[in-house]
Design a protein around this ligand. Structure first.
Ligand code: GNR
Ligand code: NI
Length: 187
């Protein structure tokens, strides 16, 4: 297993449509396992292959909340086959849009059809955070980020801040300054 670098917006690869996999072979399983390790390390509750620069329709999820505990889920070629009329608004975040959050309205309940890690077709009924997250991940496979669902004003403000943060990081690296880590360096 290996952790993979996570792309952040604005990156053209995050705007591309990913291709379905022909089957869940050893290569796809390896990708799933590396993605799960990357997601846990981040940490996050879902990850889509394009976020690690692989334009394939592959998603991993693991949700641990009071209401939902799924354990690791592996999905190839996931599609929504049923969605409720009822909506749910949830404050979403994204590993590719670090440190920014926004309320997104989506169907409250969905049924997702996918190939599992063994290549077996499954239908899973989802609600709450799991329903939100499954739709967020499938969006990634179509080149859509949660910021595409919020106002243009807020989206552009977030994109501007992400670009500024990236430029500062690149400048610091060019000057040989140590990386600004979220956690303090161990003594
Ligand atoms: O870790 C994540 N948390 C999250 C919270 C609310 C709605 C969606 C998500 S998905 C996100 C990880 C991620 O970016 N997946 O693509
Ligand atoms: Ni995301």
């Amino acid at each position: 297993m290996a952790t993979l670098p996570i792309l952040t917006a604005p990156d053209p690869r995050l705007k591309k449509k990913s291709a379905p996999v022909d089957s869940v072979d050893a290569e796809v399983r390896q990708l799933m396992d590396d993605m799960l390790e990357t997601m846990y390390a981040a940490p996050g509750i879902g990850l889509a292959a394009p976020q690690v620069g692989v334009l394939k329709r592959v998603v991993v999820l693991d949700i641990e909340r009071e209401d939902v505990k799924t354990g690791p889920l592996f999905m190839a070629n996931p599609e929504i086959v049923e969605a409720s009329d009822e909506d749910l608004s949830y404050e979403e975040g994204c590993l590719s849009v670090p440190e920014h959050y926004g309320e997104v309205v989506r169907p409250a309940k969905v049924t997702v059809r996918y190939l599992d890690r063994d290549g077996k077709q499954q239908d899973m009924a989802c609600e709450g955070l799991l329903a939100t997250c499954v739709q967020h991940e499938i969006d990634h496979l179509d080149g859509v980020l949660f910021i595409d669902h919020i106002s243009a004003l807020k989206r552009n403000m977030i994109l501007r801040k992400l670009l500024k943060a990236r430029k500062e990081k690149e400048r610091d690296e060019a000057e040989g300054k140590p990386a600004k880590d979220k956690e303090p360096a161990p003594a």
